[in-house]
Design a protein around this ligand. Structure first.
Ligand code: ADP
Ligand code: MG
Length: 369
């Protein structure tokens, strides 16, 4: 049924003030009580795709759309808001532009697809000069050049406060090569690329130096020794090299997701959508020595940083056990555990020999006020 404007905008059902037009109290649910994923689930209700060309709608790293002849297009979008996702006190605009593209391309790669085009929309306050926006776009261009994607459009508007960047990325794949979050089966081997936790520790360092600077602008920031951690936070990369490596070695993961919210949270998505459990070996979770060192300096457990830190943009994927020989000797891929039946839950086997439940903490996008 089509809504008339009158029905659609009726304040009776959609009061912004929390009151209906007769002045009665309406139910008001805080977004923080649902959390990011609960909110998305709720918003997505009733948006079941109707078109045959929508192969996969909401719920994965990217949507999958048919474009004929066995080829598909994957589409993903991410929004970065100043003060929520980035702090311009320590984020150079060029890095921000680069990262804003990378976080989207990472979702394309997580579908086992190759990025092709992006669109970029920005909302700018009058704090930004033309030169500043050009700096942002120099980063966007560097990412486009590096990943071979074309910038094909976008939108520009003004903002009352702060900078908002929204990027949509498209990619292509053969339909039978697309990898979803939902394909993991008990017995599959869990793999992780690169290393985890470093971007989170880079952020902690930048935050610490920001506080030092705010209390005394004459103190020089002490970041010199930590190029790796800072680089992982400010200039992450999408693992397109892994998508290419899989193709070259005839590997088709059974499930895959990019690690943007921490291993725990992203493993939880795979388990939920595949209807399985997981067993992670702490000794199998790759952590860079600099991250190990800095975690301990910050009084944090390195494995906690790997599980619950965010923004590593590595890939978490599962493979059929018969493919283990194929990945065993490939660079930068680590075996971290095994998929188990759903009733086994999601567990961590620590180096000390204990078994813990893994909680899907991840980033709190909507912290309670
Ligand atoms: P990722 O961390 O990989 O970017 P998200 O957790 O942001 O993924 O999103 C998960 C799924 O929910 C994706 O399919 C995404 O397109 C969809 N999604 C997120 N926010 C919204 C929204 N406001 N409306 C509709 N779909 C959304
Ligand atoms: Mg993702």
């Amino acid at each position: 049924m089509r809504f008339t404007n009158e029905q659609f905008f009726s304040t009776k059902h959609h009061s912004m003030s929390g009151q209906d037009k007769h002045g009665g109290q309406q139910q008001r649910t805080e977004i923080s009580s649902l959390g990011e994923f609960g909110l998305i689930d709720r918003l997505a209700e009733g948006f079941t795709p109707h078109l045959a060309s929508t192969i996969k709608g909401i719920g994965d790293d990217a949507a999958v759309l048919s474009c004929g002849k066995g080829d598909v297009m994957v589409v993903t979008t991410d929004l970065l808001a100043e003060g929520i996702h980035f702090d311009l006190m320590y984020t150079p605009l060029k890095h921000l532009g680069y990262k804003a593209v990378v976080v989207n391309l990472s979702d394309v790669c997580a579908m086992n697809a190759t990025p092709t085009q992006i669109t970029v929309s920005v909302a700018l306050s009058n704090r930004f000069s033309v030169e500043a926006v050009e700096e942002l776009y120099a980063g966007i261009r560097a990412a486009c050049d590096h990943y071979g994607a074309d910038l094909v459009g976008g939108d520009t508007c003004s903002s009352r406060q702060g900078l908002v960047i929204s990027i949509t990325a498209m990619g292509r794949a053969r339909r039978q090569e697309v990898v979803y979050r939902s394909g993991a089966r008990p017995g599959d081997i869990i793999c992780v690329t690169g290393d985890l936790g470093a971007a989170y520790l880079g952020l902690q360092l930048l935050e610490r130096e920001k506080q030092v600077y705010l209390s005394d602008p004459n103190v020089k920031p002490d970041l010199e020794e930590q190029n790796y951690l800072i680089g992982r936070q400010l200039k992450p990369e999408a693992r397109l090299d892994m998508v290419q490596l899989f193709a070259k070695n005839s590997i088709l993961p059974t499930s895959m997701i990019d690690i943007s919210d921490g291993l725990a949270s992203d493993l939880f998505h795979i388990c939920r959508q595949s209807g399985v459990g997981a067993f992670i070996e702490e000794s199998g979770v790759p952590i860079h020595p600099d991250a190990q060192f800095m975690a301990i300096k910050f009084n944090l457990d390195p494995i906690t940083c790997a599980l619950s830190g965010g923004e590593d943009y590595e890939l978490l994927f599962t493979i059929d056990p018969k493919d283990v020989e194929k990945i065993k000797y490939l660079p930068d891929i680590y075996i971290a555990g095994e998929i188990t039946p759903p009733e086994d839950g999601i567990k961590l086997h620590t180096k000390g020999g204990n078994i813990h439940d893994i909680k899907a903490q991840g980033w709190l996008h909507f912290p309670p006020q």
